[in-house]
Design a protein around this ligand. Structure first.
Ligand code: SAM
Ligand code: SF4
Length: 322
């Protein structure tokens, strides 16, 4: 359906947990967040009901996110059921990759359409410092390589001042493997609230020192707002997601559902429609659909990253469902 600014809303990010096996500095506080009681999470049946209602409004692409979605038991069965819902066109997953390899066969059999793997640095010591855990970038890189042999794979790296020397090595993955590597400006949310980001245009200038022939890719790629670039010899593309410096709100096509059932129209604002009371209060499908429609119609014209005092969302990204 169209929102009140005429934008077609066809994409929903479904967070299935706020728990995570990492503590990325820009995403989660060191001590984590108070764990959500299991009963407060939407169960998979409730998530499927929301998805079916969303499909009836024209939302046919879904991203499974979290927290770390693969820490929730039954995630692959849920993905299979979601992909099998009539009208669902695409289901993808975003993960830190640490639990991915043993699940790849199941995920591919579940007809998952693609995986985004978050990896901000190839340097093991830096990875441990950024994630505040003992896992290594090598483990994630192994998952990227394995995943790329089975499913369309993207690497997502948040642009951080401390990982500036990782820009070219990470981008080289798009040369060595048939994957896209996307660089994301850090958004001033959660534990990244007061942090500075690296401007995506500055990153592009640096990438051009390595690939002077880097050209814009004009044909659409994926569901999101990334700008893609390609140079001769690259197997994949390099993407830039510059929500902060440029903003792409005029083309925004998405909604977000937190793991506890808040349907959020925009990352910036602590606003939305609580679906859990409806799901558990006996609401029929029409009422549920009307609630989703109402949330879509609440979508603001734009985010307010440039006027941080207007940000009303103070949850961390793992709770929002980044
Ligand atoms: N745990 C999974 C992962 O890391 O991919 C899924 C959830 S995580 C919140 C989704 C994405 O949000 C990750 O790519 C992460 O890097 C990104 N993210 C978290 N905090 C962010 C921030 N402040 N600005 C930009 N991206 C952020
Ligand atoms: Fe966990 Fe993903 Fe947040 Fe890192 S970015 S703490 S992996 S939810």
């Amino acid at each position: 359906m169209l929102d009140s600014f005429g934008r077609e809303i066809n994409y929903l990010r479904l967070s299935i947990t706020d728990r995570c096996n990492l503590r990325c500095r820009y995403c989660m506080p060191e001590d984590g967040v108070p764990p959500t009681a299991h009963d407060d999470l939407l169960c998979y049946e409730e998530l499927l009901r929301v998805a079916a209602a969303a499909v009836s409004l024209g939302i046919d692409r879904f991203k499974i996110t979290g927290g770390e979605p693969l820490v929730r038991r039954g995630c692959t069965d849920f993905i299979r059921a979601l992909k099998a819902l009539p009208g669902v066109r695409q289901v993808t997953l975003t993960t830190n990759g640490l639990l991915l390899v043993p699940l790849l066969d199941e995920l591919s059999n579940a007809a998952l359409d693609g995986v985004n793997i978050s990896l901000d640095t190839l340097n093991n010591a830096q990875y441990q410092s950024l994630t505040r855990r003992a896992h290594t970038a090598d483990e994630v890189l192994h998952a990227v390589r394995q995943c790329a042999t089975r499913l369309p794979t993207k690497v997502n790296a948040v642009l951080l001042p401390e990982t500036a020397d990782q820009l070219i090595p990470l981008a080289e993955l798009a040369q060595a493997l048939p994957i896209d590597v996307r660089f994301i400006e850090r958004m001033p949310l959660g534990t990244g609230e007061n942090a500075q980001t690296v401007d995506a245009d500055a990153a592009l200038t640096r990438l051009r020192t390595r690939w002077p022939d880097l050209k814009s890719v004009h044909e659409p790629r994926g569901n999101g707002p990334a700008r893609y670039f390609h140079a001769p010899g690259m197997q994949g593309c390099i993407g830039l997601i510059d929500a902060v410096s440029h903003g792409f709100c005029a083309r925004c096509n998405r909604m977000r559902l937190t793991s506890t059932g808040l349907l959020k129209p925009c990352l910036c604002y602590d606003q939305g429609v609580e679906l859990r009371p409806l799901l558990r209060g006996g609401a029929d499908d029409t009422t549920l659909r009307d609630a989703i429609r109402a949330a879509i119609l609440q979508k603001p014209a734009a985010h307010c990253f440039a006027q941080r005092e207007n940000i009303t969302e103070h949850k961390s990204m793992n709770q929002i469902g980044g």
